[in-house]
Ligand binder design. Structure first.
Ligand code: F7E
Length: 333
């Protein structure tokens, strides 16, 4: 039985990945912050259904000794490093903590594995935000980076660290360059979930309107469930390499609104309002990925369409309103 370690297991991707690895017969371990262990009712909502089957270890990405401690006491075949401050807008508000957590956290994981378990395979959650102000369309593995936020910069650093551990120490270290991926488990601060949860509330008469920033930004949106399969496949290859994971389709935030509101039987236009304070200091205008390499080498194919993703998200948000109330979508980015 293979043993995997996941960081970021309480997030959207970590929860789907834990499910996927468990379904393949893996023994799944995860690093979680002590504050999360002290507040399981709130912090573990996404993994509640698999909690009994996942071994949790308390550690902080800000503390090398805590990571070293866990890695020194357990042997892992694979490590999926997903934990990060992942909200781009927040990285403008506090670039220092985003950099600290994202860059040092990745470096600590790599350094501990190199020291104690150099044969453990390592996956780094790279991002399309590394392409930023894009140099070519669509973006592929060879496209050069031009990050536009502290978050994007931290991901470029993590990508470079991962490649350097591969080249300098011969470790099996890979990065997935994942484009936006969403699901009913997406955090409410991200634009897709903000739209689907608020459209459901407006339909139910629980919210009057939806305040957004830049409606013209274009993103390549896939489903997180499809994308965690690609992470797993990257670690099963004979040689370590980096891969773009994307649908190859791009849509504006406006189109996402149109479709999500149509799903609840409404025209988005009277309800969506623009607040320029929600614009970012530097925007990534257009993202669309070319996942040919992932399709050809990994045999990866996404199962969800853009429409299917939105339908599932809206339905789950409507369902949630029938029971517990969803939190209000945040006004401030
Ligand atoms: O923004 C625009 C916003 O916050 C998408 C993360 O998972 O994907 C994600 O990063 C777009 C941007 O995601 C609002 O300006 C308009 O152009 O959903 P988002 P993101 O920044 O693309 C990448 C791949 C990651 O790696 C990240 O970790 O939507 N937008 N109005 C808005 N965005 C938000 N959040 N809220 C608005 O009101």
């Amino acid at each position: 039985m293979k043993r995997a370690l996941i960081t970021g297991v309480t997030g959207q991707d970590g929860s789907y990945l834990a499910e996927h690895l468990l379904s393949l017969g893996y023994e799944v371990h995860a690093l979680v912050r002590r504050v999360a262990l002290e507040d399981p009712a709130h912090r573990f909502t996404r993994i509640r259904h698999v909690m009994e089957r996942v071994t949790l270890h308390a550690a902080s990405l800000e503390s090398y000794p805590s990571i070293f401690h866990v890695v020194s006491r357990n042997e892992f075949d694979e490590c999926y490093h997903l934990a990060a401050q992942s909200f781009v807008a927040e990285s403008f508000a506090d670039g220092f903590s985003t950099m600290n957590t994202n860059i040092n956290g990745t470096h600590y994981m790599l350094a501990a594995l190199r020291e104690l378990q150099p044969r453990c395979r390592f996956y780094f959650a790279g991002s399309s935000e590394m392409f930023g102000k894009v140099r070519e369309v669509p973006q592929r593995e060879t496209t050069s980076f031009h990050p536009r936020s502290p978050y994007g910069i931290s991901k470029v650093a993590g990508f470079d660290l991962t490649r350097n551990y591969r080249e300098a120490y011969g470790m099996f270290c890979v990065s997935g360059m994942l484009f936006n991926h969403e699901s009913p488990r997406r955090g409410y601060e991200f634009v897709t979930r903000k739209i689907t949860s608020t459209a459901a509330k407006i339909r139910a008469g629980l919210a009057p309107e939806l305040w957004l920033g830049n409606l013209d930004a274009k993103r390549d949106w896939g489903h997180a469930k499809d994308y965690v399969r690609a992470m797993y496949l990257m670690l099963q290859q004979p040689e370590p390499d980096d891969y773009v994971v994307a649908t190859g389709e791009t849509h504006t935030v406006r189109e996402f609104c149109e479709r999500a509101f149509a799903e609840v039987g409404l025209d988005y236009q009277p309800y969506v309002r623009v607040d320029e304070r929600l614009y970012r200091p530097a925007e990534v205008d257009l993202l669309v990925g070319d996942a040919t390499k992932a399709r050809e080498v990994l045999g990866w194919e996404p199962e969800y369409s853009f429409e299917g993703l939105i339908t599932e998200m809206v339905r789950e948000d409507l369902k949630a309103l029938g029971g517990a109330e969803t939190p209000a979508a945040p006004r401030a980015l």
